[in-house]
Design a binder for this molecule. Structure first.
Ligand code: ADP
Length: 357
């Protein structure tokens, strides 16, 4: 049989062209990609979503062999089965390319004008599969990050139970290890909660003209003992009169995460400088450190949840791997962005960019 949309089909009897018109209308109304294949495994009809999904640079799909368009053994089997045995089936189709595509495909026999065909409806499940992968990765990361401190807590509790509780020299030290690890878990859970609140759209920002220098000082005060431990100087270069349009609490959270990192990843005796500039109608808040810097290849990814540039070292330093993801989301909630620039061996500068009005 000729392709269903072939120009010659106009010349067919009236009822045939009516049924073709109905079929064509149905195909074009579908959002899913639909292919109709004849008994020679050639495409008899394809709708627009199918052309968009599978045509690549082939031009029209019609009259082409199915194998030319999609190379997948189980898909071919399913179409063959539908034509030969009149049996419907469902398969999963994963197309690997520059961008992977995943489909749930329903293939069913189709009798048309005395001929035997098979129709395949391709449900695009790529976004669902992607979400599922992100969800699984997220869960496995969380489990790992929670288990590490938990293992340590359990080991030290056991040591205390096995007699170390009476060891006057060490029992307090063991207790403080337990407390530190419990705190780690607490921070991680708090970060996860914030992130999931933001991602579920349940966090709103209440923007007012806030005095930036004042909030920087607050953050410096709360992180001062950590900076002092490593002899790191905290420098606030923001003028007292500078105001930015932001949610005060959320701004402080962004600054805390960036300044905390700038201290953590700094060198002993280094400095952290916070500055402000207004450029092209945007407020730019920069947090610059004098640490080792970040490789370019990592720079693009550090804003992803749980991404760490140097896993081994970061684990020693501590952290949840969620701090920058939270900053990114909060900056975006303000209609702004956050970015990072780094020179290896010299340091990294993070810039929060916020609209001025
Ligand atoms: P973490 O809790 O590990 O600090 P973040 O999301 O805050 O998680 O940061 C992600 C990763 O980005 C860090 O593990 C680290 O590798 C890198 N990073 C963040 N800030 C800096 C910085 N100021 N200097 C160097 N590396 C940094």
């Amino acid at each position: 049989m000729r392709p269903l949309e072939s120009p010659a089909s106009n010349a067919r009897p009236a009822e045939q062209s009516a049924s073709r018109a109905i079929l064509r209308g149905l195909l074009n109304a579908a959002r899913e990609a639909v292919l109709i294949v004849d008994s020679d495994m050639r495409i008899a009809a394809a709708n627009r979503p199918a052309s968009e999904a599978f045509a690549r640079n082939l031009g029209s799909l019609e009259s082409r062999r199915l194998s030319e368009i999609i190379r997948d053994f189980s898909l071919h089997q399913a179409f063959r089965k539908a034509v030969a045995d009149e049996a419907a089936s469902d398969i999963k189709l994963d197309l690997i390319g520059t961008e992977n595509q995943n489909y749930d495909v329903h293939i069913a026999p189709l009798d048309l004008e005395g001929g035997r065909y098979a129709i395949g409806v391709f449900y695009d499940v790529t976004p669902i599969e992607r979400l599922e992968r992100v969800r699984q990765e997220f869960l496995s990361n969380i489990s790992h990050e929670l288990r590490t401190p938990l293992t340590s807590i359990m080991a030290f509790v056991e040591t205390l139970e096995d007699g170390a509780i009476d060891d006057k020299e060490n029992n307090r030290r063991f207790l403080s290890v337990i407390r530190r690890n419990a705190e780690k878990m607490n921070i991680l859970i708090a970060d996860i909660l914030v992130l999931s609140l933001i991602e579920s759209g349940n966090v709103s920002v209440d923007k007012t003209g806030v005095r930036l220098a004042h909030h920087i000082e607050d953050v410096f005060t709360s992180l001062s003992s950590r900076a002092a431990e490593r002899n790191i100087e905290l420098v606030n270069e923001v003028g007292d009169d500078i105001r930015v349009l932001a949610d005060a609490g959320r701004l402080e959270q962004m600054l805390t995460n960036l300044i905390d990192n700038a201290i953590k990843f700094n060198r002993e005796g280094g400095s952290v400088t916070v500055a402000y500039e207004e450029r092209d109608g945007r407020s730019l808040i920069t947090v610059a450190d004098t640490g080792e810097g970040i490789l370019n290849s990592h720079l693009q990814r550090i804003f992803e949840r749980f991404y760490r540039a140097d896993r081994g070292r970061t684990r020693e330093i501590g952290g949840t791997g969620l701090g920058l993801a939270i900053v990114k989301h909060l900056a975006r909630l303000h209609g702004g962005e956050v970015s990072a620039a780094s020179t290896l061996g010299k340091g990294t500068t993070f810039t929060i960019e916020l609209p001025v009005n």
